[in-house]
Design a protein around this ligand. Sequence first.
Ligand code: SF4
Length: 436
Amino acid sequence: MTSRTDLVEELMGRFPHVPREAVLKEDLLRGGLAFDDAALTDNEHGDVKPKSYFIFSFDHRTLPELGTAALRRPPEEIVLTGGPYELRRTVVSVRTNPSSPYRVGTDSDGRLRLFLDGRPIADVGLPPMPAYYRHTLANGKQVMEVAPTIQWGYLIYLTAFRVCQYFGAKEECQYCDINHNWRQHKQAGRPYTGVKPVDEVLEALEIINRHDVDRASQAYTLTGGSITSQVNGLAEADFYGQYAQAIEERFPGRWIGKVVAQALPRADVQRFHDYGIRIYHPNYEVWDKRLFELYCPGKERYVGREEWHRRILDSAEVFGPRNVIPNFVAGVEMAAPHGFTSVDEAIASTTEGLDYFMSRGITPRFTTWCPEPTTPLGRTNPQGAPLEYHVRLLEAYRATMDAHGLSSPPGYGPAGPGRAVFSVSSFMDTLPSTDS
Ligand code: SF4
């Protein structure tokens, strides 16, 4: 039987122009990694920054199935270097999977290493606890809960609304566990605010601003579930927009403001821009028409795929095409039983979508699908998509970008192997090096 090491090395050999770091990172993101108890954190009381569960669970097991990792959280991210593949610095978001062939633990010298099939393959660095996580809001809430940072501190992730109004099997996106994740944290008795008050967000940002003396934090993302009716009397653009307005009034230009929301009509998109948002992510999720209809039934019913795409193009007139960066979930194209059964077909379809947007100056980006176990697609595809799909996507993404004369999108920090901080896919690790 082929081992996971064989698979990884075979793909590194077949695709020598894709950085080795990116091959490993994709495999860790699609399949997760296990942690020895010694590699877990002491939650908010230790020296290592814990996993914040900033929107989805991004785990391969539910909290009650994670054992010690449910009590002592794993780190938010790890950074890999060295080892037999001579890895340059690679930041990887943590997706916990106790059954993974990848394991973080200590070697005989007491050093923290990443093991694959029992063999050490990289040194592991852990994110230090940021000074701002050691402070609480006046009401006792943690900064980690209200305004967690990811991407090695680059991005403040403001999930203002922790649930989605696309609810139940007929509306929720079939790969998304936002609603389950909210339920499981409530059941575990963890603090997990459903709707974050604007004042709390401002207070948490004040703490970050005061203690982030190196200015590692460069951007914030406002996001959460879709709002099909209202939250606190506000429709989606005004609900998310109110945070941007308050942040930009209090901290003008301190961070790059981004919003992840539905593809909204032009007047709503204009309001986001007027509130001070500079980058808009109207995520199109999956390109193929049939798969979009099956996987995103709520989006199909409320907006529809063609209208969604038309609104993405419209929003480029408001924000400028460089600043419209729709996401897709890389890998769901190959999920059984409805997805493509060959990597060739899946890559061809995804590339058609990239061409559609990139030919108009819009640069999509992707996150690597994590098949969370409580989602319909995660249940039927616990292994996720083939690693070959993810590696070939990196190749196709860069080639399509080059063909249209585009470069790495703004708001993601530096690009290039050894420099990238974007942690939930390796597209930034694969692009030519830049400083910001
Ligand atoms: S729109 Fe879809 S992906 Fe986004 S939060 Fe709702 S269910 Fe999840």
